[in-house]
Design a protein around this ligand. Structure first.
Ligand SMILES: [Zn+2]
Length: 112
């Protein structure tokens, strides 16, 4: 199962970073959408929450979402996720992130 070039609609195999038809860079394409994921309210441990977060970031980076919104609650998961996000940002896997001003239990990530 591959992905679709948002510019020309060509379906492309996994692992290809540039559309062979229109030459656009697929990793930077996005549809402007935001996906909300709750990683803290099903009794997750910190490790489980971090695993979920990494899996969601990876999936979203390969998809077309521009933003990912993580619901992290207010406890240790939030602190650990913020620390992990600083690492992801340093590696360039996440462009930027911020705690929502209206909801301190939610973090918005910009992926592309
Ligand atoms: Zn294309």
């Amino acid at each position: 199962m591959g992905k679709i070039c948002l510019d020309c609609g060509m379906s492309i195999d996994e692992g290809i970073s540039r559309c062979p038809k229109c030459d656009n860079f697929l990793d930077s394409q996005h549809d402007g959408s935001i996906t909300t994921i709750d990683i803290a309210h099903e009794g997750e441990t910190v490790d489980e929450a971090l695993c979920k977060m990494l899996a969601e970031v990876e999936a979203a980076r390969n998809g077309v979402e521009l933003y990912l919104r993580l619901i992290v609650g207010s406890g240790v998961i939030r602190d650990e996720v913020l620390a992990a996000l600083r690492g992801l940002q340093a590696d360039g896997d996440v462009k930027s992130f911020e705690v929502e001003s209206s909801n301190a239990g939610a973090i918005k990530l910009r992926l592309k």
